[in-house]
Write a protein that binds this ligand. Sequence first.
Ligand code: CTP
Length: 445
Amino acid sequence: MTTVITYGTFDLFHEGHRRLLERAKALGDRLIVAVTTENFDDARGKLNVMQPLMERIQNVRSSGLADEVIIEEYEGQKVNDIQKYRVDIFAIGSDWVSKFDYLNDYCKVVYLERTKGVSSTQLRNESGVIKLGVVGSGRIAARFVAEARFVSGVSIEAVYSRRFESTQAFVQRLELETAVTTYEELLSNVQAIYIASPHTTHFDYAKRAIEAGVHVLCEKPMTLTKAETEELFSLAKARGVVLLEAVKTAFSPGFQRMVAVARMGFIGRIRSVDATFTKLVNVGRELEGLDGGSISELATYPLLAAVKLVGTDYSRICTHSLKREGDEVEIFSRIDLSYLHSVASARTGIGVKAEGELIVAGEKGYVYVPAPWWLTEYFETRFEDSRQNKRYYYKFDGDGLRYELAEFVWMIRNGVLESFKLRPEESIAIAGIIETARANSEYFG
Ligand code: CTP
C-alpha cells in the first residue's frame, strides 16, 4: 500500500485544489491531506484566510478525495507526520518546487504542476479588495505600509499628510500610487483609513472619516481623553463603521495566549500586574509640546496589559512622574492602579531606561514575560516549586503591525464592530487612565 500526503490551506476550495488532490491520490492507494491552522498560516505571513479551519476541512472532506484529514499546526511537523503515518510520497504543487527537497530523506517528494489561473488569493481578492488610505507620512506609517504587504484582501490606495511634499516623497519611496492634497479627497477614494499622524490630530481625522462612513484604524493613543475616545466609538457604532485602536500587541498570538493562560486559573487569582515600557528618545515630537512625554507616547502598552489582565474597573489612579532637568518634559512615570482585589503598575520612560518586562502575579504562581514583552514571543509560568514551571513559545512576525491590520480587515469583511482582542471599553478605559495620569501626576524634577 502506497501512502501519499499533501499539505495546504485550502481556503475557498477551488478547481486547482481539486485537481491537485486528484493527482496526488492517483500517485498511491491512500491520500492524507493536512490542512493548516489559522495560527500556522499567520506565522507564515498568510494572514486573512477567509474560512475557518473546520470549514476548510469540511471542503476537503466533501471533495471525496481524502482518505484521512489531519491538521498542520507547527513548523517541522511534516518530518514527523511522514514517519508517523508511514508516508511513501509527499506531493505538493509546483509553486513549492525545491522547497521540500529536504523531505527526500524520509520519502519520495513529487511536485505536481499547479493549475493555472486560479488561487485562493485571487478568489479572496475577487470578493473585494478593501481600499485603504494612510494618514501621515512618518516612521510608523512607513512601517505599516511594509507590513500591509503581508495581509491579503487590502490595498493601499492613497496617502495624505499635512505637507504635500512629504506625502509625495513618502509615496515615491514606498512605491505607492497616489499622494492626495486634501483629506476630503482621501476619504472619497477609500473604504478605510489608517491614521498615523501626531496624537492630537487623531480625533479630528477619525471623526471626519467616521462621519463619511469610512472605517478607521487609529494609531495609539487614539485620543488623549476619555470623552473624545468615547465620542468616537459611539459615533462609529451609530454609523456602523469599524473603529479600532492600532495596539499591535493586543492582536498578536503570543500576547493573547499569555492573557488566556494567566486568566485560566493556573497561577491562581491575579493580584498584581507590573508592566514596563521604555524607549529612549533624544529628539522629536515626543519631547515637544503639550502632548509629549512618556505617558502619551508609551503608556498604552502597559495599560493594555493591565486592562486585559485585571479589567477596567479600577478604583484609584496614583501617578508619579519625573521631569527632565531644565524643561517640563515628563521622561519617566509610574502609574499605579488600585482595584477592589488587585493592583497594577505601568511604568513608561523616554528619558530613563528600564527592563521592559511584564509580571502577572497570582495567588499560586506568576507569569513572567521578558523584554520586550509587547512583542510577545515567549513567556513562563513560575511557581514556588520550580519543577512546575512551564515555558511557552510563540511567533511574532515582522513589526507586528500586520496583526492589527488583519484584525481590522477581518472586522470590515464580516461586519463586526467590536473585537474581543481590544474592546471599545478597553480603549476608552486606557484613554481615561492616560488622561488622569497626565493631569494628576505628582511631578519630581
Ligand atoms: N494548488 C494548485 N493549483 C492552484 C492552486 C493551488 O495545484 N491553482 C495547490 C498548491 O500548490 C498546494 C495546494 O493546492 O499544493 C494547496 O494550496 P493552497 O496554498 O491552499 O492554495 P492557493 O490557492 O495556492 O492559496 P494562496 O493563493 O492563498 O497561496
